[in-house]
Design a protein around this ligand. Sequence first.
Ligand code: NAP
Length: 487
Amino acid sequence: MVDPGTRHPPKLAIIGAGMAGILAAIKLTEAGLTDFTIFEKADRPGGTWRENTYPGLSCDVPSHLYSYSFALTPEWSHRFSPGEEIQAYFERVADEHGLNSRTRFGDEVTRCEFSQGRWHLETASGYRAEADIVIAATGVLHHPKIPDIEGLSRFEGSAFHSSQWDHDAKLDGARVGVVGTGSTAVQIVSAIVDRVATLSLFQRTAQWVLQADNPAYTEAERADLRRDPARLTDLHAELSKQFDVFARVVVDAESPEMAMIEEACRANLENTVRDVELRERLRPDYRAACKRLVVSPNFYEAVQRPNAELVTEQIECVEPSGIRTRDGRLHELDVLVLATGFKANAFMRPMELIGRDGITLDHAWADRPNAYLSITIPDFPNFFMINGPNGPVGNFSLIEVAELQFSYIMQLVDRIRSGESREVCATREAMERFEAARVEASQKTIWMTGCRSWYLDDRGIPAVWPWRFERFREEMRSPKLEAFDLR
Ligand code: NAP
């Protein structure tokens, strides 16, 4: 135990100025810990909402839930507001809390090493900094997965990943191909189909789609919420409760509520897709919500437009003028959008992370990413992740997840601040016990019922929280100190 009198308030580094980094900075400031720097590789905050600018981008978690609980706003335009409005929200919150002056923009952290009781950070520009505690708020899905399709580099039109949208590419009147049928592709297709000359959607695997309308809030509704902020809080709480139900059913594949979700997806397909042959090609051969459930007000309408074609023949190769499918047909294209998802297991990497005694993250994660409660890694003291591996992701509000995780992290930070501990990280035993329980609980989840998805790790185990959300809340209430290596 260190004499509290000899400790200075800890110095912190937050990596990432997205939703989680902004949250961490605000909460640290509130707690009186103001000696921190945010490191952000891009030139402004916003994370995923800054990176993704594709047409139709929105968040399919309702906006009044996808908001910080401490910065609710009556101003959302829609139930599921557009991406640029969400980006503006994060920029505003960061600005209102004076975070921009605390952020080192445009300089990526490339190395982070723990030695002599402190973290030593190095950035791409060669800048060096030290910190007692590092908060990794680096996001989950941010490394684009570019498909290995022969000839892709020879395409003569514009080809780009959905998260690197080329706004110079002309869509109006163009022949556009979209590869992929995940949440991203579905939003893009619905948004652009009426602008383009032809839209070819290359589907490798069909998706279940849950229909959800996206009404705009009226000015009167917004005015009501402005007048009565308590209603905003109630709305947030109510939506959070509704999501608890969803979280409950995905971890119990045989629950009656899961059957209701599956039935709703089936009804959407049956009632909306008129052509029988098209309907069958759109029908998945696995259970709804096995892959991340796609939510859309109008995807099936979009693929039934006369200028839209669902292509289910496998892609053979890309040629200079388009995509050739296995049946020998050339689909001529001007624009090719790769809505092919992300490398879900990259997390902080490619940053070089070196913990106690020279242990590298690549070594610690040689098999796959792993952490105790998705927050702390043995031998990486005073390094805490928000939205790290194996936590609740997918159809949840990651903001709510991050707030709960940060309140847990804050309790560990407080131990360091008070001098109770100098170095805090999970024990290997605690992590292994947690992982074994997690793998066992995964067996009952909907994600294990027979489909390919980004949830699944190399063993086919979903890399997510497999229990109810109530259990997550409970676990995040306070750290169990016996699970920690405290020095
Ligand atoms: P995704 O769900 O991983 O979907 C990628 C799609 O690309 C799949 O249809 C996949 O087919 C296809 N694909 C990948 N490689 C291919 C190849 N070589 N040839 C043909 N098809 C290929 O990615 P995403 O749509 O970008 O979504 C990722 C996640 O981001 C979502 O699950 C969600 O969690 C999040 N997201 C959320 C929102 C929101 O509104 N909240 C919006 C967008 C994204 P297979 O199915 O056959 O693998």
